[in-house]
Design a protein around this ligand. Sequence first.
Ligand code: MEV
Length: 316
Amino acid sequence: MLKASGESFAKIILIGEHAVVYGQPAIALPVKSIKLTATLIPRADQQQLIASTFYHGPLAAANTSNFAGIAHLLRALLTFFGAQQQGFDLKIVSDLPPERGMGSSAATATAVVRAMYQAFAVPLPHATLLRWTAISEKLLHGNPSGLDAATTSAQRPQWFVKHQAPHAIAFPSNGTLVIADTGVAGQTKQAVAAVAARLNADPNRYQPKITAIGQAVRQAAIALADDQLCALGQQLNVAQTQLAALGVSTPALDHLIQAAQAAGALGAKLTGSGLGGCMIALAKDHAAAQAIAQALTEAGASAVWQYDFAQSEEHS
Ligand code: MEV
């Protein structure tokens, strides 16, 4: 094993969460200014030690922590490389707030897989990376679409359909997203399970909401291609209405969404699984985004970020 490190980014789902689990498309973007790095340092002894915000301690004792999914993935990787007895220190440094819909679990998995392949000097095809990340995501989230891992490992915004290879989608050069945190932990597993339970119990009522989100995603893609920010904002609002009807919005999310709309947002919605976590608001330009960010802070957001669409074309 060589000393190695892997990197990944925060992800923001522009539109399509939840419906993407049922085969509808989604659009999501990596936020490269919010990153996570996993560093692997080989040890001369056989100790396997993790240092992260989720978990601190030996790999063998991580099963009951919220690092269990990543621990399972790590063990599978060590077995794959025939290195079950290899000692190492794994250090994970992250700017991503955990459980806020920014993909921290997928970002951790992505960075760990990248570090492990680099440590054994083996090339890592993107499809292989996504197969590995599915191991921990399944354990953590039950029925993940794969969208989070596809986005945290990407360099550019992604068009994603479950079981298909994701591909980059171009964003207009103007437009800014304001991202605000309710400060409440999101519950991806519960949110995905709650939507599944509603769909099972009353498909006639809930399936049309999934279909409507898919339709809004397709319209959003057209708006992005045509540089139509107002039309894009309308589709974000359509998606939010459907997500609320699926039961994954909360009063705290609704409150921030209303504050953003009152401050001039072209559209606003929750992002990620909902039931807590973050929301996004679309601003026509950087100055409008400043006013929305200010309004969101005053409305009680625990953190606010801005993402200019122009950033989406930059390569690191
Ligand atoms: C979670 O970030 C996104 C969901 O659509 C679940 C998934 O796609 O696996 C809610």
